[in-house]
Design a protein around this ligand. Sequence first.
Ligand code: UFG
Length: 348
Amino acid sequence: MRVLLTGGAGFIGSHIALLLLERGYDVLIFDSFANSSSNVIKRIENFLDNKALKYKLRVINGDIRDKKILESIFSKCVKENKPIEVVIHLAGVKSVVESLTNPLYYWDVNVSGTLNLLLTMKEHQCYSLVFSSSATIYGLSSYVPILEEQKISPITPYGQTKVAVENLFYDLYKSNVNLWKICSLRYFNPVGAHPSGLIGEDPKGIPNNLFPFITQVAIGRQKTLSIYGDDWETKDGSGIRDYIHIIDLAEGHLSSIDYLNTSESCLEFINLGSGKGYSVFQIIRQFELSTGCRIPFSIESRRDGDVAVSYADISKAKRLLSWTPKRSLEQMCLDGWNWQMKNPNGYG
Ligand code: UFG
């Protein structure tokens, strides 16, 4: 089965690519490399020492907003008699803070880009899609654990773009309920790395997210972690999130493909998280305990766009996808640290 994986060179995409290849899929990675490194591809190829698997990977450099290149990819696959059967769409921009200062860019890449992709898929009769949505769409959710039916109220432009795409899926599905098969996966906070230490998270510039910031403090690339608020309405005053091991998250995508393959037609919005909430202080403590590193921190004021508590109810994913997250917070810390130690400067 041939899969188009947009954004396949990124943190999440590279881990999905590896699992897909190991499972024997033909994988076309489509990535602009705007926020990822081409070294990722070499790492994936090196990992797949088995040549047969290696030759199932093809990489195309392009922007999701460029419809012509998307059309040429789909057409070429048809000519090769190996049409794209399913798309995993991750290509997009994802900084909550950046989206507040540059909303047009976020709408352009995340919404127009997805529209291009859907138009091209339709033109080529490809109707199966797994999409990277985000827990950020729940905004200031009124209760936890968060269920998929909960009110959608994004508080940032980034969140708005994810909601816009989900609404588009809804219209599309309603227009012909016998056609489309779509799983929109609402990610919570993916962390950790592949246990080999060959691929992992390598944010450009200063990390926005907690976990890569901690590993960079541990390796000496950053001096002190800023904790954005110790006055939240939580037990210890720091923000609570649902951290999920990147391999568990990647496995959720493969389970989604299996689900789509056995479905007539569907549109499902599904939370992917661990189902557990940990505070910033708990994450620091666990990281220090698991790795023996010390993480100096200072308390700063709250960050724009943050919420106090967010963690998922994952019963729908368990039920529909027969998927369950298996890796502990300790494993997330150990694998994330293993990656950072083996790659102090990321992909270089
Ligand atoms: N935090 C710090 N210091 C930092 C970074 C983060 O204290 O340097 C805190 C935040 O305030 C928050 C927690 O750590 O309480 C987690 O923050 P992250 O930036 O790691 O993650 P977010 O939950 O803010 O956002 C992430 C992704 C978003 C996605 C969201 C879904 O970055 O793209 O999860 O819930 F939308």
